[in-house]
Ligand binder design. Structure first.
Ligand code: HT7
Ligand code: ZN
Length: 879
């Protein structure tokens, strides 16, 4: 399989300003007639190359209406080349497809009898022969024909301009999209769907019809998604001045989908997971995720669709920027502070490990074999951090001006990350040359920050930055990054006003914005009180790993008093991390200094009035095992798991009464509404339940919580705990695994997304027999390897959220994952490839597990028919 390199980019030899498609749908024999208007752009281009695939059959080829003789074109497994074509010609291509046989869920496929498409990144080539690259923008005219009985709804991009009946019980619709677009944004849906509609009037007065289509049994759960869409449309107008540009916006929810959703122009296709939400079946987090993803796909209309990517190396141009935009939207709709903590957690548990492992790659990769493997946390989430840092560096006002300039300059174009940075440079009047390294260098930078007093009484902050080697990048240049910090006086009445007297930076409302450029930077401050505590990396101003000389005493102070939620949270997390690591080295929780500070902090939090329930829940949580383990060499994940469990048990026992009292108070304060207060109370009572469940009689609390539940958030909080409890320990309270899991299954049998939760809680269980239970789950009648959500519910959860079970000492967890990857691969290579990453973490592990994990990878590699998707990741993982 060929490696594609950014350095080899060449503009297309031909443009295709127009394409017309006539698609006659049939489950097994769909016929596509594509008519392409081709115009030579490069005079040296002797032939035109069209991408294609072995999943469709070529049934006809004509140039300017004349059939092309077989000797005049070369057909191979990846496409076809046509020689000696004129400068401007019409190409007609007939293809035949079998959507019912398409289990890969790219191109045209069926989800529960509904025809739908997924063309990003390279799915259009499975529908017709076409130069499948994002820098070819065409106007689309699409005629769909199908059975009227099975497919009453026929949708494509743009506006419906015609429809009518056909002989044989068939009908048709013609859709025309007035905006030129790359083929990855083409979409078609045809099925028996119900529709929920609303109208939105843009700020310039354009009425837009919003339609959300779903299976009839799902339509009752679509209200939140539609309301979220309206909020997103208004928000983009208010914050970025961006209005919707067509008269109709359609969203379709399907249950078989490889990712979360797809931003096809005016016809978004969504995984039901990110559309359906009702309080009885969806958790508060599900509600937030629906709002965030609906927003994300909508925001792509400008950042991705109107301005698209020149090539797939530029993926972060649209994804990083759109994630940044959806993060800002969610922050404005809910709590900015909590949203930031969620985003930081995701970055640390998924992106940081990616960046320190064998699959590390820059935000703008420079080569790939299979582009689907690059829809990663690095491109998306680190990409969003890069945008956020740019905003810190040039300032919010200049950033907003930069966004407006970006739209003005590049609307209708296919551009690069470089074009975006240059626009921000121009808007901010800043030189971002060094900053560009964030796009080109992989790896998470480390900051080591120390404070001292010099002989003149000035306070000096020394910041050393470094970045470990990553594959193909042994040596790194220093990054240009913003470090937001402040000085927190111990004495609240202290009115000193510290000043930065040496070093690049400025005083802002949120603190000092220091700029780092060199490997070692010194910042000198005057008027810093002797006992002031540095509040560092406020708001997580850069995606780095921070090490400081801040004492345990100072951490305790920051965790209690900082006004920046991230710094408070991080101080508490650092106490937790240190305590777990001490415990792993056999220091009992109550005798280590970190442990003592942590115990005291918990008691302090639980004894005071809990002003902010959601933030308190964050402060009472320990960092996860993946995050702690990432900093440990020769890791034994089971030992780490036991240490963390011991710390949690000690914390629970130490504050048993306070925890029980707070738990009961917050459990009783729960109301079923979706206000942010109600959500915060549910979050805290769920967290408190996880502690009281560890106490004697814990199963009783769990059973009671489950029985009293009004919402899915409450029910899931109880079910997660129940799933950890071995049957014999259920102490007659009815809170044991079997009772509640059986009850849950019976209640929600008809709701696939809820059954995914049922599978996931079992895959996440701390029970000693979890691995055997997962093997049994694989045989469960409701389990299928064909549905990506179901596969991920069991196997992503097991391998990413249950380290103790996945890393079982005999390697059987690795074996089970490898086996599953090999089973999924022939069905759906994209989904199989997304399961590989946890097997690439072997370098971090102790020697026995290293060997076992490598053996699992080698087993996959030895499989003859392995897909290029899986092969690329397994080969990189072994290097
Ligand atoms: N832009 C969309 C990406 C996507 C995708 C990529 C590869 C294979 C299947 C896919 N489905 C959706 C989603 C987004 O980021 O908005
Ligand atoms: Zn996106």
């Amino acid at each position: 399989n060929k490696t594609i390199r950014l350095a080899d980019y060449k503009p297309p030899g031909f443009s295709i300003p127009r394409i017309s498609l006539v698609i006659s749908l049939d489950r097994h024999e769909t016929r596509v007639k594509a008519t392409l208007d081709c115009v030579r752009q490069d005079v040296t281009a002797a032939s035109i190359r069209l991408d294609g695939s072995a999943h469709m059959r070529l049934a006809g080829l004509a140039v300017d209406g004349r059939p092309v003789a077989e000797s005049l074109y070369d057909l191979d497994v990846d496409g076809l080349s046509l020689k000696n074509v004129p400068d401007h010609f019409t190409l007609t291509i007939d293809t035949v497809l079998d959507p019912a046989a398409n289990t890969r869920l790219e191109g045209l496929y069926l989800s529960e009898g509904c025809f739908c498409t997924q063309c990003e990144a390279e799915g259009f080539r499975h529908i017709t022969f076409f130069p499948d690259r994002p820098d070819i923008l065409s106007l689309y005219d699409v005629r769909i024909e199908a059975s009227r009985e099975h497919c009453p709804v026929l949708l494509s991009n743009g506006n419906r301009v015609e429809s009518g009946m056909l002989p044989g019980g068939r009908h048709y619709a013609v859709w025309r999209d007035p905006f030129p677009k790359p083929c990855y944004l083409f979409a078609l849906v045809a099925g028996d769907l119900e529709c929920l509609s609303e109208r939105f009037v843009t700020r310039s007065g354009r009425p837009v019809d919003l339609h959300l289509y779903a299976k009839p049994h799902d339509i009752g759960q679509c209200g939140h998604a539609l309301a979220s869409l309206k909020r997103a449309m208004r928000w983009d107008e208010d914050v970025f001045g961006l209005e919707y540009d067509l008269d109709v916006y359609n969203i379709v929810a399907v249950s078989d989908f490889n990712m979360g959703a797809m931003e096809n122009k005016s016809l978004n296709i969504f995984n039901t997971k990110f559309v359906l939400a009702a309080a009885e079946t969806a958790t508060d987090r599900d509600f937030d995720n629906v709002e965030g993803v609906i927003g994300h796909e909508y925001f792509h209309n400008w950042t991705g669709n109107r301005i698209t990517c020149r090539d797939w190396f530029q993926l972060s141009l649209k994804e990083g920027l759109t994630v940044f935009r959806d993060q800002e939207f969610s922050s404005d709709m809910g709590s900015r502070a909590l949203k930031r903590l969620d985003d930081v957690r995701l970055l640390r548990t998924i992106q940081f490990p990616e960046d320190s492992g064998p699959l590390a790659h820059p935000v703008r990769p420079d080569s790939y074999v299979e582009i689907n493997n690059f829809y990663t946390a690095t491109v998306y989430n680190k990409g969003a951090e890069v945008i956020r840092m740019m905003r810190h560096l040039i300032g919010t006002e200049a950033f907003q001006a930069g966004m407006a300039l970006y739209i003005e300059r590049h609307d209708g174009q296919a551009v690069t990350c470089e074009d975006f940075v240059r626009t921000m440079e121009d808007a901010g009047g800043r030189d971002l040359t060094q900053f560009r390294l964030w796009y080109a260098q992989s790896g998470t930078p480390h900051l080591d920050i120390r404070r001292s007093r010099d002989e003149t009484g000035m306070t000096v902050l020394e910041v050393v930055q470094s970045c470990p080697p990553t594959p193909g990048q042994p040596v790194k240049e220093p990054f240009h990054m913003p470090l937001l910090m402040d000085w927190l006086p111990r004495n609240a009445s202290d009115r000193s006003a510290p000043r930065l007297v040496d070093g690049t930076g400025q005083r802002l409302e949120q603190g000092f914005l220091l700029e780092l450029r060199k490997p070692v930077e010194r910042f000198v401050f005057a008027d810093v009180p002797v006992d002031a505590v540095p509040s560092l990396l406020r708001g997580f101003s850069a995606p780095v790993i921070l090490k400081t000389d801040v004492s345990l005493d100072d951490l305790s102070f920051l965790a209690r008093h900082d006004d920046d939620a991230f710094v408070r949270f991080e101080a508490a997390q650092t106490l937790g991390r240190k305590t777990v690591l001490d415990r792993m080295h056999d220091v009992p929780v109550g005798s280590g200094e970190a442990g003592q500070a942590l115990l005291a902090f918990f008691t302090h939090l639980l004894s005071g009035p809990l002003e902010d329930a959601a933030l308190t829940a964050e402060l009472l949580s320990l960092p996860g095992e993946t995050e702690i383990g990432d900093a440990v060499d020769a890791l034994d994940p089971v030992r780490l798991h036991r240490a963390r469990e011991a710390v949690l048990n000690t914390l629970a026992a130490n504050d048993a009464e306070l925890l029980q009292a707070s738990y009961t108070e917050y459990r009783d304060r729960q109301t079923p509404d979706l206000s942010s207060e109600a959500k915060a109370i549910r979050r805290l009572s769920g967290l408190l339940l996880s502690y009281v469940a560890r106490l004697e009689g814990g199963a009783g609390y769990v059973g009671e919580h489950y029985r009293r539940a009004f919402t899915m958030t409450e029910r899931m909080a109880a079910l997660v705990e129940a799933a950890h409890i071995p049957d014999h320990a259920a102490d007659g309270g009815g809170g044991g695994t079997t009772d509640l899991l059986d009850d849950f299954y019976r209640r929600y049998e008809e709701y696939p997304l809820v059954i995914d939760k049922w599978f996931a809680v079992q895959a996440q269980s701390r029970r000693g027999d979890t691995l055997q239970r997962i093997c049994k789950l694989k045989e469960h009648p409701a389990f299928t390897l064909h549905n990506p959500n179901r596969v991920r519910a069991v196997f992503t959860t097991f391998s990413m959220a249950n380290p103790a079970c996945f890393h079982t000492g005999d390697g059987s967890g690795y074996e089970l994952l490898a086996e599953t990857i090999m089973e999924v691969d022939p069905i759906n290579p994209q989904v199989a490839a997304r399961l590989v990453a946890p097997l690439g973490r072997w370098r971090r592990l102790e020697p026995t597990r290293q060997k076992l994990m490598r053996a699992a990878l080698e087993r996959i590699l030895s499989c003859k028919s392995i897909s290029s998707d899986v092969k690329e990741l397994v080969q990189k993982s072994l290097q």
